[in-house]
Ligand binder design. Structure first.
Ligand code: ASP
Length: 326
């Protein structure tokens, strides 16, 4: 596949340093997989004989399953390890656990960790590719790749040969931005693809300091929703909070939850997104989550395709002894 020519990086640890060309390479490959993989051909032989290890040290349903499926669709062997089943509970360090996984001849390591920087730390110490599946409140690059892929798909006119980018699009991310790695990775990805990003939610969870990312910060929900082409809702990340950022969940829902009334402020063709897990009746009403404009399950489906591209590109770069991290 010629598109992989634009790829030389061993690891995927953040979207911050990923170039527009590299994002395009992943998205074009994901689109190619979507076209070619179907009922007839479910698997490609590309990673046959390779072993992918998923080291998931925080809970996950979608990301972990999608990485497993992506590896299997590329014919790799895949092993998943969780915190409670690893020797980390016996006091082994993350570095030692990872070095042991490499010594067992794994070819790629996918890591989810509660500490920001964990993936980058390992990428500097391992020879095999390290893929960040979420590091604390820092980044979740493959989530942003699948989110922006989903947006591009939806905004591409029918019959067009190439995916459209996000130029001229306005995207509002609403919710707990402060503790969200999904927000951070998406801010980078969406802007690199040409979108204007607005962050909305309570002042405590959406501080003005985020303007340093080049985004607009709005505490006026009406304004933030009115001209958006897409709105991405985020869950309240209570597991990362050590203080009260709003009076109660009920209060949050009444002020910022996306219900029918607020959704009617959106343009009729605006897209509604959520990385999951959704908390029905908190940040999003069931009628909205299951409604016509919701692309939440498309995001999940596209997650497998984008992760296939990431596994294949990083494995290929490692195979050709390419150097560098993103
Ligand atoms: N699944 C996403 C993450 O791992 C979003 C969330 O948990 O709310 O960051």
């Amino acid at each position: 596949m010629n598109k992989s020519e634009a790829w030389t990086l061993k690891d995927l640890v953040s979207l911050e340093k990923l170039s527009r060309e590299e994002i395009d390479t992943i998205h074009h490959m994901a689109a190619h997989f979507k076209q070619t993989l179907g009922r007839r051909q479910k698997k490609l032989p590309s990673l046959r004989g390779k072993t992918v290890v998923n080291l998931f040290l925080e809970p996950s349903t979608r990301t972990r399953t999608a990485f497993e499926m992506a590896a299997k669709r590329l014919s790799a062997d895949v092993i998943s390890i969780s915190q409670s089943a690893s020797s980390l509970v016996k006091g082994e360090s993350l570095r030692d656990t990872a070095l042991n996984i490499q010594a067992l001849n794994a070819d790629l390591l996918v890591i989810r960790h509660s500490a920001a920087g964990a993936a980058e730390y390992l990428s500097e110490r391992l020879e095999i590719p390290v893929i960040n599946a979420g590091d604390g409140a820092h980044e979740h690059p493959t989530q942003a790749l699948l989110d922006t892929f989903t947006l591009r798909e939806k905004f591409t006119p029918e019959g067009a040969e190439q995916l459209s980018d996000l130029s001229g699009r306005k995207i509002t991310i609403l919710g707990d931005i402060l503790f969200s790695r999904v927000a951070r990775s998406n801010i980078y990805a969406m802007q690199k693809l040409g979108a204007k990003v607005t962050l909305a939610g309570p002042k405590t969870l959406v501080p003005k300091s985020f303007e340093a990312f080049g985004v607009e910060v709005s505490h006026n929900l009406q304004e933030a929703l009115a001209d958006a082409d897409a709105v991405m809702l985020l869950r309240i990340q209570r597991e990362r909070m050590n203080a009260a950022y709003f009076p109660s969940i009920g209060e949050y829902t009444s002020m910022f939850g996306l219900n029918q009334e607020r959704a009617s402020l959106l343009k009729p063709d605006a897209i509604i997104m959520h990385p999951g897990p959704i908390n029905r009746g908190v940040e999003i009403d069931s009628t909205i989550a299951d409604g016509q404009r919701s692309v939440i399950l498309d995001q999940v489906t596209n997650g497998v395709l984008c992760r296939m591209a990431v596994l294949l590109l990083t494995a290929s770069a490692a195979g050709t002894k390419a150097k560098g991290s993103i």
